[in-house]
Design a binder for this molecule. Sequence first.
Ligand code: AMP
Ligand code: ZN
Length: 104
Amino acid sequence: MEDCIFCKIINREIKSEIVYEDEFCVAFNDINPRKRVHILIVPKKHIPRVSDISDDDELLMGHLIKIAKELAVKNSSEHYQLVFNVGKEAGQIIFHVHLHLMGN
Ligand code: AMP
Ligand code: ZN
């Protein structure tokens, strides 16, 4: 997607601190961290909101949670939040699905 900042990060058109990547997703440090660990886990597929996912995305969405769990372990975070903001009024500012991993 043109003009999508997270697609640009995935395509390396914009720099970010990528901490994990596989066939399905990329994870990078949030530019404005709210916790010691604040990583965004982002599917490579451009889906604007969680409310836009389809039946085909079921495994992909589970995969994001699995990777978040592994990154929490890697960063020695035992207690953390996993958050999807869905829609503007819920605080979503980037319209490419992303899972926030936030922990101390
Ligand atoms: P949300 O409010 O759920 O849409 O979250 C978007 C998140 O993306 C915010 O926590 C921002 O700090 C973060 N963010 C925005 N631009 C960048 C960027 N270029 N690199 C890393 N994180 C970003
Ligand atoms: Zn995108």
